[in-house]
Ligand binder design. Structure first.
Ligand code: CTP
Length: 400
């Protein structure tokens, strides 16, 4: 299952050099499963050809000339009415000004006027044009009409100057599109707290005890919860992954920091998904100076870390649904069953990390969902995103 399957997006592309990034955005949205109908303004056609978009979306891309073709009179209404989301990226000062005034003198502005779907705008222009009171007034008007404005950001501009006016990066815009399309989903109004990645326990200022968790399953859970309409807090150990757009991210290093962050957010959460690989032990006397080779082979004494899930399950104010993860190398089911009971969980996601295609670092996972009602769902090999959707669907069934 792809995250944006059966979603229709109208992507409006207007005349800015950031058009070249719009092709990447169209490709990303298509790869997420959306049907992307691109409409170029005539100014955009000077920067980029419709063929570029057709090649990445696999669908016809529309240009202004189509408005005056045989289907012109119905085209704008059809494109607008069928859309789940209208996204204009890049949005020039000229198009923003037209939209604010309700003008409809080309296929894109006509379509937007006819559409009832949420409107996302990603301005891109030179800094002076962005700062101009006319542009600011257009943006203000569009906000009051219900549009959401994403960016611009500050940085290098095509003029060679540096300033406010760069379009948000396609990955981030795709993230906001997911949040917008997820609104009203099955987790609408729910708060989901996710922990992800491994913790690191310092030995000295340069060395840590770490584990092989990449954070992929936890980040996929956070993204899936956003796609289902939840408000998401992601407590993450050190990870190379970029956090899903729209999640509130709390970065931690050690198990104790993770415990504090999880406890601080648990009372407000409806669902806790504890996907992090928390270190069970930490060096009891971490050195504040780098341990030197000349001092001989050191002995590192360990102290026990708190069991975060167990602590949460003992709180009076705890999430309605507690989900743990058990990564096991042997006796998978009996170990997972034991943790389900001893940690006071509603469900545990058990996976055999000795398999090559499941568990640490890879993009796929094969898990069994064990619930406290005794049910056992053995899932096939799935992407970590698909596993995340299944876990959330099951967790949601406990909330109802
Ligand atoms: N967990 C936790 N706090 C810890 C250790 C684990 O909250 N100090 C959580 C994990 O995030 C996971 C679940 O407990 O959701 C099971 O983690 P796991 O490491 O498999 O369990 P442990 O209790 O540490 O048991 P062991 O490592 O001995 O198998």
């Amino acid at each position: 299952m792809l995250p944006l399957e059966s979603k229709r997006i109208v992507l409006g592309v207007t005349g800015s050099i950031a058009c070249y990034k719009a092709a990447d955005l169209a490709s990303k949205l298509t790869q997420l499963g959306a049907e992307v109908d691109v409409i170029l303004t005539s100014a955009a056609e000077h920067f980029i050809r419709p063929l570029t978009f057709q090649s990445v979306t696999g669908r016809r891309a529309y240009v202004d000339k189509d408005l005056w073709g045989p289907e012109g009179h119905v085209l704008h209404v059809k494109l607008g009415k069928d859309a789940d989301l209208v996204l204009v990226a890049p949005a020039t000062a000229n198009t923003l000004s037209k939209l604010a005034a309700g003008q409809a003198d080309n296929l894109l502005t006509l379509t937007i006027l006819a559409a009832t779907a949420p409107l996302m705008l990603a301005p891109a222009m030179d800094g002076g044009m962005y700062d101009h009171p006319a542009t600011q007034a257009s943006l203000e008007t569009l906000r009051t009409h219900g549009a959401s404005i994403h960016g611009p950001v500050s940085g290098h501009l095509a003029s060679g100057l540096s300033g406010m006016g760069r379009m948000l990066e396609p990955a981030e815009l795709a993230g906001y599109a997911r949040v917008t399309l997820g609104a009203g989903g099955p987790l609408d109004g729910r708060r989901v707290l996710v922990s992800a990645g491994g913790t690191q326990e310092p030995i000295d200022p340069v060395r840590v005890i770490a584990n092989r968790s990449s954070g992929k399953q936890g980040y996929a859970l956070a993204q899936a919860a956003l796609d289902m309409g939840a408000q998401v807090t992601l407590v993450s150990g050190p990870s190379a992954l970029s956090a899903p757009t729209g999640a509130d991210v709390v970065r931690v290093q050690t198990a104790i920091e993770m415990r504090d962050a999880v406890l601080a957010h648990a009372a407000q959460a409806d669902i806790l998904l504890m996907a992090a690989a928390v270190a069970d032990f930490r060096p009891s006397n971490a050195s504040d100076k780098k341990i030197k080779r000349a001092g001989g082979v050191p002995t590192i004494e360990l102290a026990a870390n708190p069991d975060i899930l167990k602590e949460v399950s003992q709180q009076a104010n705890k999430p309605a649904v507690l989900v743990g993860f058990a990564a096991e190398s042997n006796d998978l089911l009996s170990n997972a069953q034991g943790k389900l009971a001893s940690k006071g969980l509603d469900m545990i996601v058990a996976n055999d990390v000795s398999a090559q295609d499941a568990g640490f670092e890879v993009d796929t996972n094969r898990v069994i969902l064990l619930a406290k009602d005794g049910s056992q769902d053995e899932l096939p090999l799935l992407s970590k995103y698909e596993v995340a959707r299944k876990v959330l669907e099951k967790a949601l069934s406990f909330l109802k």
